[in-house]
Design a protein around this ligand. Structure first.
Ligand SMILES: Cc1cc2nc3c(=O)[nH]c(=O)nc-3n(C[C@H](O)[C@H](O)[C@H](O)COP(=O)(O)OP(=O)(O)OC[C@H]3O[C@@H](n4cnc5c(N)ncnc54)[C@H](O)[C@@H]3O)c2cc1C
Length: 389
């Protein structure tokens, strides 16, 4: 079993420790069939969302008022769940993460009616959620998005394209960000919920990636939605997207940490079992140096992730700097840890079927989505400069 000593850190309460151990036991049996990439990823995601709901884990994605576990989203629980799921199945982590991210803006800013309409079904796995911000010409520069939403009597009419949208093609609804023009730039963007069956919403491309999961390019062609499908106030969509990402960015770091811990477990097993130059590999000092650095990366990631989560859970309105640090460090560190694990496995490390080969593919996208590493550095710098004033 991976090192669990971090659970004794003061960031956690007894309920978090109990959650981590219960989920570990559940994942060992329930996720055994999902450790490797399934033949039909869409089907596996549909199975996993119901499995996660059945296990009670999706309860953590919504507030208690709508059937969830905690009075408000508990970021430490979200991080612990993602870390644990990622250790057992990258796809299970993906499914959990998207239920959270895809409903996060509704949880934080949606009207009571909207929350009642969507959140109970997100929790029960009846509705699969998605978050659609990125466009072909607006990724890191999300404010450059060109999709529009025009008011027409009691409707909004959406036109434009979104790309690299996780759960695209299998989602039941999309949280969509579009230009409404209340003010120039980011203050002229609003957020909407668009049901997948809305006329004019079309999946124009399914995108294949190195660690398969449902991903698509979507066209919105004169997509008419009722006015009450707007989330919160007009012109506040960009701020809402950033506040939603504040919470979920730390959880991306947590998923990376889960992948890194898995790689570490594989590496530790390998260095004890493989003999080289007449002794186990673990006796070689250059291998010990690798293990030392990997261990350090894992603990440092964990400290930053749970510092960010604890800060939010203890009442901080925003954790922009803390979440960016957690995401940046943990995803980069996990890439280093997994790369060293592959190196320790030698040729076998790049052979399909070995866990470290899969982890090497799985970690890569985490350094890009929800704000690439370069963007996180800029966020940390701007926060640091602001605090210095
Ligand atoms: C697997 C996967 C799943 C995704 N899921 C979703 C989803 O569900 N919803 C969604 O909305 N989006 C999603 N995305 C999109 C993701 O958020 C974007 O890919 C990401 O924001 C980067 O945008 P881009 O791909 O357009 O790259 P670009 O913005 O073109 O960036 C290219 C490179 O330039 C760097 N860069 C950016 N700014 C600067 C700067 N100022 N100086 C120097 N370099 C810079 C970037 O860090 C990056 O390395 C997903 C992406 C992937 C890979």
């Amino acid at each position: 079993m991976s090192d669990r000593s971090f659970l004794n850190w003061p960031f956690f309460e007894d309920k978090h420790r109990a959650l981590a151990f219960e989920l570990e036991d559940w994942a060992k049996t329930e996720l055994a069939d999902y450790a490797t990439t399934p033949a039909n990823v869409d089907l596996a995601c549909r199975e996993l969302v119901l499995k996660l709901a059945d296990g009670g884990w999706l309860d953590y994605c919504v507030e208690k008022k709508y059937g969830g576990k905690n009075p408000s989203l508990d970021v430490r629980s979200l991080c612990l769940i993602r870390e644990t799921l990622a250790r057992f199945s990258g796809l299970a982590d993906f499914v959990f993460a998207m239920q959270g991210l895809g409903s996060g803006t509704i949880s934080l800013f949606g009207s009571k009616e909207m929350r009642e309409k969507y959140l109970p079904d997100v929790r029960s796995g009846k509705k699969i959620a998605a978050f659609a911000l990125t466009e072909p010409d607006a990724g890191s520069d999300a404010a450059a998005l060109t999709m529009t939403a025009e008011k027409d009597d009691d409707s909004f009419v959406l036109n434009g394209e979104k790309t690299l949208i996780s759960n695209g093609g299998i989602a039941d609804y999309y949280t969509v960000f579009a230009k409404t023009g209340e003010a120039p730039g980011t203050r002229g963007i609003s957020a909407f919920v668009v049901d997948a069956e809305t006329a004019g919403l079309e999946i124009i491309e399914r995108i294949e990636v190195m660690a398969p999961h449902p991903l698509a390019r979507i066209r919105f062609n004169k997509c008419r939605i009722p006015i009450n499908q707007q989330i919160g106030n007009g012109g506040e969509g960009f701020k809402m997207a950033m506040e939603t990402l504040d919470i979920f960015r730390s959880t991306v770091g947590a998923a990376a940490l889960g992948f890194a811990r898995h790689a570490m477990d594989e590496a530790l097993e390998r260095v004890e079992s493989r003999k080289m130059f007449g002794a186990p590999m673990s006796k070689l000092q250059l291998i010990q140096a690798k293990l030392g650095e990997m261990s350090l990366d894992i603990d440092a990631s964990s400290l930053l992730i749970y510092r960010a989560a604890w800060t939010k859970d203890n009442g901080a309105e925003r954790i922009t700097r803390e979440a960016a640090m957690a995401k940046l460090f943990a995803t980069e560190a996990a890439q280093r840890v997994i790369d060293e694990a592959v190196q320790i496995f030698g040729g076998s490390g790049v052979v399909s079927g070995f866990a470290v080969e899969r982890l090497y593919r799985e970690i890569r996208a985490l350094r890009i989505y929800e704000g690439a590493s370069e963007v996180q550095k800029l966020i940390i710098a701007s926060q640091t400069l602001k605090e210095n004033k």
